[in-house]
Design a protein around this ligand. Structure first.
Ligand code: GTP
Ligand code: MG
Length: 362
């Protein structure tokens, strides 16, 4: 019998790029069903992740890239994103932007437009923009940038299916706006290395936003700015941060002692009972000893020592994350971390590692 030939499905390579913390991984997870780490602070994604999705007979391979502010890189994650865009030549670049600070995000979009016209702009966090009474004229934005533009709310999956139509439009796009002369087009390194063009991108992003974004309440960020001043100023930023950090460590380590002891007593109260239960079921004594004094005892120790601190620390960490304090910690520590060739974002990972090590040492 003749073997039936497998039907070829055209594959589109799609790169998801954007500033840190704009929801790229949330979009990626929603489109591919994968589980990239997401959270409300910058620098969670540090390497490329790929996932596939078949939509209306076409296969799409999405690549979630680390967040970057510009193609002229400052960190190794930004280099990964830049190199992917320049060297892997994706069919379409989906630039994910934060609707609440479009001007800053457009700086990167304009740089990408100088490299390829096959760009789709996804303006994410539209729910937040609505709450802050920020109105975006998408038709005008599309006209100004000469690329397809859509508004989405990735967290509640609103508008995500429109990405596929946008990708097809971007694929047939032949020209995108760019402030750099044609001789530099396609060479992002040259465009971005020149300070002259960095300034041009910033000016053009500001001009486009003036034309397309209306702030119905220009004071919408007043409360945030006030909190920024308190949490990131030289006088109050560090003391508040150290106080929070010490409180969290204290509650996690000292507070965990009580549930740890209770759990320990409960699990070791059960140990002889399980042992006799197994013997009564006719399990050989040597096997009972291996199972109870080996497997059960180790598991009981690990659970009673590790579980309570984790159960206390992670909800506290999530609270700080949801209230937007973590990016401020990263900002405060950036200067110190740069002195040892790292960056402030790494402080958050350090916190988490410290908290996992501490219970093991107590
Ligand atoms: N309100 C709201 N929050 C969103 C939306 N999309 C993403 N988020 C939240 O924004 C935060 C950042 O999302 P991520 O997907 O981790 O962002 P990212 O761009 O991948 O971040 P990096 O990998 O650090 O660059 C998370 O807390 C998400 O839940 C949205 O449409 N609305
Ligand atoms: Mg991410």
């Amino acid at each position: 019998m003749k073997k039936e030939k497998k039907k070829e499905v055209p594959l589109r390579n799609i790169a998801l790029i954007g500033n840190p913390n704009v929801g790229k991984s949330t979009v990626f997870n929603a489109l591919t069903g994968m589980h990239q780490h997401t959270g409300n602070w910058c620098g969670k994604t540090v390497e490329c992740a790929a996932g596939n999705r078949i939509y209306r007979g076409r296969e799409y391979r999405f690549v979630d890239l680390p967040g970057c502010y510009s193609l002229s890189c400052r960190s190794s994650e930004e280099e990964i994103s830049r190199d992917y865009i320049l060297q892997s030549h994706p069919d379409v670049v989906v630039a994910v932007c934060d609707a609440t600070c479009l001007e800053r995000n457009l700086n990167l979009v304009l740089q990408i437009c100088a490299v390829t016209p096959h760009v789709l702009l996804c303006v994410n966090l539209m729910d937040e923009a609505r709450k802050k009474h920020i109105r975006i004229d998408f038709l005008r934005l599309q006209k100004e940038l000469k690329i397809p533009v859509i508004g989405i709310t990735a967290r509640s999956r609103k508008g995500l299916e429109r990405i596929f139509g946008g990708i097809e439009d971007a694929l047939s796009n032949t020209e995108a706006v760019s402030p750099v002369p044609d001789i530099y087009r396609g060479n992002a390194e040259m465009c971005c290395a020149s300070a002259e063009y960095c300034g041009t991108y910033v000016q053009q992003a500001a001009a486009i936003c003036r034309a397309c974004v209306t702030l119905e309440n220009p004071d919408y960020a007043r409360r945030d700015r006030k909190l920024d001043r308190i949490f990131t100023s030289r006088c109050t930023g560090f003391p508040i941060m150290l106080l929070f950090l010490l409180c969290i460590f204290w509650i996690t380590i000292v507070g965990a002692n009580v549930p740890s002891d209770l759990l320990n007593q409960g699990l070791f109260w059960l140990e002889p009972r399980f042992y006799h239960g197994l013997l009564m079921l006719g399990v050989p004594e040597i096997l009972c000893q291996v199972l109870i004094y080996g497997v059960y005892r180790v598991a009981a120790w690990v659970v009673s020592v590790m579980l309570p601190p984790m159960a206390i620390f992670f909800p506290l960490f999530t609270l700080l994350e949801d209230y937007g304090y973590l990016p401020r910690v990263a900002f405060n520590l950036d200067h110190c971390f740069q002195k040892c060739c790292a960056c402030g974002k790494q402080a958050l990972t350090m916190w988490m590692v410290d908290i996992r090590i501490c219970p093991c040492q107590t």
